[in-house]
Design a protein around this ligand. Structure first.
Ligand code: DX5
Ligand code: ZN
Length: 218
C-alpha cells in the first residue's frame, strides 16, 4: 500500500494547524516535517516546538526528516514533541548504527536517508534494522526542485536487498515527486511518497492527493 506524506515545507507556515488538518481531511497518510539546520543543508526551518504544535492539529503520524548534522543530539526532543518516524541522514552520522538504535529504543520508526550523490551501500549495513529507507530524489534543502531520474536505480537496489533481508521495509522518496514521477518511483519499489509542492502548492489539495495516489497505484 502506497502512503502519501505531504511535506509542510510548502505549506503556509503561519497557518500550519489548518494546513495539516486540511491535508488530513484530503486523504494524506503521514505528515512529512522537514527539519533543516543551515549546516547540513543550506536552509533553516523548524525545531521540536513546531513539531509539538503541529501534532495538536492532526492524528496522522508525523514523519520527521532530520537534515541536521549530528542528529543524535535532538532525537529525544523530537520524540517528545510527537514524532512517529524519525529519519536521519547517513551522511550526517558518524555512528549510524548507534543512532538508528537510539530511535528504535524510544519506540519510534527509524529511517535512514541518503542524498542523490550517496550510494545505496551507505545504508546496507543497517538495512535489517530499519523501518524506512529514504532515497532523496533531489539534493535536500528546498522544495520545488526537479526530480533526479538516476535515483531510480538506487530505489530498485534497496528494494532488492530488502526483499532478501527486510521484506517489511518502507522505501520513501522525497523531492520532485508528483503525478508525473509517482509511477516511476512506485514501479522501482518506493511505497512512501513525500510531496511538498505537488500537494501544498496546489489550490485543490484533495484532487492533488488523489491524482498522485492514482498515478502511483496505476
Ligand atoms: C527537500 C525536502 C523535501 C521537500 C520536497 O529538502 O526534504 O521534503 O519538501 O519538496 P517537493 O515535493 O516540492 O520537491
Ligand atoms: Zn523531506
Amino acid at each position: 500500500m502506497i502512503l502519501l506524506a505531504p511535506s509542510i515545507l510548502s505549506a503556509d507556515f503561519a497557518a500550519l494547524g489548518t494546513e495539516v488538518a486540511e491535508v488530513q481531511a484530503c486523504g494524506a497518510d503521514w505528515i512529512h516535517v522537514d527539519v533543516m539546520d543551515g549546516h547540513f543543508v543550506p536552509n533553516i526551518t523548524l525545531g521540536p516546538p513546531i513539531v509539538k504544535a503541529v501534532s495538536a492539529h492532526t492524528s496522522l503520524p508525523l514523519d520527521v526528516h532530520l537534515m541536521i548534522s549530528s542528529p543524535e543530539r535532538y532525537i529525544a526532543d523530537f520524540a517528545a514533541a510527537g514524532a512517529a518516524v524519525i529519519t536521519v541522514h547517513a551522511e550526517a552520522c558518524v555512528h549510524l548504527h548507534r543512532v538508528v538504535h537510539q530511535i528504535k529504543e524510544l519506540g519510534l520508526m527509524a529511517g535512514v536517508a541518503i542524498n542523490p550523490g550517496t550510494p545505496a551501500s551507505a545504508l546496507r549495513e543497517v538495512l535489517e534494522d530499519l523501518d524506512l529507507a529514504l532515497v532523496m530524489t533531489v539534493n535536500p534543502g528546498f522544495g520545488g526542485q526537479a526530480f533526479i531520474p538516476n535515483t531510480l536505480r538506487k530505489i530498485r537496489q534497496i528494494r532488492q536487498w530488502a526483499n532478501e533481508v527486510n521484506p517489511g521495509l518502507r522505501i520513501e522518496v522525497d523531492g520532485g515527486v508528483g503525478e508525473a514521477t509517482a509511477p516511476l518511483v512506485a514501479e522501482a519499489g518506493a511505497d512512501v511518497l513525500v510531496a511538498g509542492n505537488a500537494v501544498f502548492g496546489q489550490p485543490d489539495r484533495a484532487a492533488a492527493i488523489s491524482a498522485i495516489r492514482a498515478a502511483a497505484e496505476a
